[in-house]
Design a protein around this ligand. Structure first.
Ligand code: HEM
Length: 212
């Protein structure tokens, strides 16, 4: 209900709100762009099916709607952008401009952190959305808080930070070292076969006919 921004129940089919600004004071989504009957169709397989919404949930048990609404859209937005760049790459490959299209390459670089951002947004959606429950109907968030004292939690957190810095630091240093060496035109794998990118795509140097 919070992900979809449905404050009020819809007895005759709920719309799918694509965008808008959740207004938790007035209990509505301002400037909503919506597809009539879309939510009911997705959730109940019938565009006219009634949908019970946040007004059926006690106010103290409702999640922060704005957080859940926006984090869900960030996640889905990045998911669609990933799909989009995949399709764009396919078209570019078909048009033989996969390695030369400046905008595609720029876009691919810009999309680098997208998986990370989408995972965080998905996680925020789930964690903020399921309040007040850690496990819905079984375990409340305040019952699942660690019984350990703060200093004990701080020490284990510090240990994790130190270990992760060492492990990821070494990993990043190794990756940067690998990346600092550019690929060579006549590069061959150890078994003598030609270099291939993405499994089946001949590497850039071979496509451009620079070998032999
Ligand atoms: C493309 C459209 C996408 C849709 C429609 C979608 C939908 C959903 C839904 C319905 C949830 C569950 C929320 C809940 O009820 O708890 C969820 C959770 C999540 N999503 Fe997405 N998602 C999409 C893309 C992505 C992408 C691209 C990523 C990451 C690369 C991602 C990562 C996550 C994560 C990490 C969770 C939380 C899982 C958990 O902790 O239980 N999602 N997503």
């Amino acid at each position: 209900m919070a992900m979809e921004g449905h404050y009020r129940s819809h007895p005759n089919g709920a719309p799918l709100i694509l965008f808008g600004i959740p207004n938790s004071i007035e209990r509505r989504v301002d400037y909503a762009i919506e597809i009539p009957g879309g939510s009911s169709l997705i959730l109940k397989h019938d565009a006219r099916a009634p949908l019970a919404c946040l007004d059926t949930v006690p106010e103290e048990a409702q999640p922060p709607v704005g957080t859940v609404f926006w984090s869900f859209r960030v996640m889905v937005g990045f998911g669609l952008a990933m799909l989009g760049i995949g399709l764009w790459s396919l078209v570019a490959r078909w048009r033989k401009s996969l390695y030369t299209s400046r905008w595609l390459i720029r876009g691919a670089i810009a999309m680098g952190p997208s998986g990370f951002i989408a995972v965080l947004a998905g996680w925020i959606t789930t964690e903020a959305g399921r309040q007040l429950w850690t496990v819905f109907g079984l375990l409340r968030t305040h019952d699942s808080v660690s019984p350990l004292d703060a200093p004990a939690v701080a020490v284990s957190l510090l240990a994790i930070v130190v270990v992760y810095f060492a492990v990821f630091g070494a990993g990043i240093w190794y990756l940067l070292r690998l990346m600092s060496k550019p690929p060579e035109v006549h590069e061959r794998a150890l078994d003598g076969t030609v270099t291939r990118a993405a499994g089946i795509t001949p590497a850039a140097a071979i496509v451009s006919g620079a070998t032999k």
